[in-house]
Write a protein that binds this ligand. Sequence first.
Ligand code: ATP
Length: 534
Amino acid sequence: MSANSSPINADTSNPFDDHADVEGVEHNDHNAGATLYVDRNVTLTIGSDCLVLLDEGLRERREVSDCCGILRKRRKNTHAVPYYNVLWAKVQDSEITISYAHVAGNACRVRRIHYVILDKTIDTFAQRWVQRLLDRAYPQGCTRRKRIKVLINPFGGQGRAQKIWTRDLEPVLAAANCDVDAEKTGYRGHAGEIAEKLDVEAFDVVGCASGDGIPHEVFNGLARRADAKRALREVAVCQFPCGSGNGMSLNCCGTDSPSLAALAIVKGINTPLDLTAITQGDKTYYSFLSQSVGIIAETDLGTESLRWMGSFRFTWGLLVRLLGKTVYPAELSVAVETSDKSAIREAHRKAREQSSAAHARGYEEAEQSLPPLKYGTVRDPMPEDFKSEDQSTLGNFWVGNMCWMSPDVCFFSAALPADGKMDMVTIDGNTPRLESLAMMTAVEKGTIMDFDCVNYRKVSGYRINPLPASEASKKEWRKKIVERLGGAGNEKVDGYISIDGERVPYEAYQAEIVPGLATVLCKHAGVFEFDGPK
Ligand SMILES: Nc1ncnc2c1ncn2[C@@H]1O[C@H](COP(=O)(O)OP(=O)(O)OP(=O)(O)O)[C@@H](O)[C@H]1O
C-alpha cells in the first residue's frame, strides 16, 4: 500500500488495498450505478479497488504544461485514488467534492476533486453514489468522522509537536470530517488527569500528539477511573507521532510520519490491546509498550551526558555496555506460557492469517471496574505459577507488548496486540562480544529471536528484583570505564527500570498481563505492522 512508508509489510487482506488498477473501470462500467456522469467529459467511477476519475480536460491541462511542446506525448486522462486514501466526499447544491490524501514519499497532503454536476436531475443518484463511495472508503469496523480528543505535548519532539499538529495532522483530520477537540498538556501528569476526567460518551479516540510518554499517561489515567474497564474499552488511544521513539505509531499505523499516521488513524480499526499491570511498592502502573531492567533502561534513561549525540546516544550507550560485558543480576520468577521459539513463530503466523476476522467485541454494562489481578501484587507471597530462575549474569531483560520500540528497533517480532501474553527476552551478560554486535544489527530487521543465545518466551506474569549495582559488578574498574564512556551523569544511582520509557524506582516489581484491556486503532485489525518472525 502506498501509504506505508516504513519497511513494514502490508497485509493483502486489507479491504482498502490499492492496486491502482485503472483496468477496474472497464469491469465496473458494467456495474450499474458505479459511474457518476459529472458532465459530458467527466466521469467518476467506483472501481474494483479505487476511485477512478476520467476527465478529458486532465489530458489537455497536463499537455499544456509540457516543455514548449517539444516533449509532448500522450498524457493520461484518468486519475485513480485508492479507497484507503479517500478522506471524505459530499454533494451539495449540485457540486461534488472529494477529499483525499495524496501520498508523496514519506508524507501525504490533502487534495480535493471538485466538479459541478451539470445534470440537476441526478441529485438523488449522486447522493447515493457518494454514500457508496464512503462505504468503500470506510469499510466495516472503521468508524467515520471519529470524535477525537487530541492532547498536544508542547515539549514533545523537542518542542515541535504543536507545529507538526498544525502542519501535518490537523489538515488530514479536518478533511476527513473528524470532530476534533485539541488541548495542550500543561505539565507532567496532565494528560493522565484529562483522561481520568474525560467524558467517554463524547469521544471515540484520545489522540496523543507526542512521544510514547503521553499514551502511557492516558492509559494510566483511564485505568484510574471508577469505570476504567468501560473507558479503556470504549475509547481508543492512538499516537500522532511527534517524539523520537514513536513506538505506538510504528506498531499500530506502520509509520512514524505524522501525516501518514493521521491517515492511518482516520482509517484505523478498533483493536483490543493487552496491557501489563505492574505493582511496585504500593503503586500500580499499566504498561502498553515495554518494561526493561538494566542495559536498555540505563541506555535510555542513564545517558543524559550524551544528549549532544542525538539519537546516536542509544547506539553508543548500548555498544559501550555490551563491549564492557555489563551484567545486571536480578532475582527473576516467571510464569512461562511458551519457551519454544518454533511454537511462538507458528502461533504468530496463524494469528496473522486470521487477523482480518472481525475484532469487534461486546461490552457488558455490568463490567465497570478493572478485574482483580490474577497473581496479586509484589507484596503478596510468590504466586505458585512463578518459577524462579538463576539470573546472576543477566545482561538484557526486556519485556514487550508491541514489536517496534523505535524506528530501527524491532525487538519483539512475535508480539501481537491481544494474545494475552507478554514477550520476554533475556540475554546473558557474558555473551561473546562479536555475537552481541551481530545482534545489534539484527534488531533493526526484527530477527534477534534467531540467535541461540536469545531466550525469547511468551509469559503471563513475572516478578523481578534487581540487585544493587555495587553487588552486581565484581570488576569495579571495568564498571567505571563503562559508566564514563557510556554517558552516566554525576548522579549516584543504583540502576534503572523503565516502564514505557518512564523511569520508576529501582526496586522489585511484579507484572501480569491483562488480556485485551485497552483499545487502540490499528491499520490492520488484530496485528501490528510487522510481518513477524521468519
Ligand atoms: N507541559 C508540559 N511540561 C512538562 N512536561 C510535560 C508537559 N506535557 C507533557 N509533559 C511530560 O513530557 C513527558 C514526555 O512526553 P512525550 O513522550 O510525549 O515526549 P518526548 O519526550 O518528546 O518523546 P520521546 O521520549 O519519544 O522523545 C511525559 O512524561 C509528559 O508527562
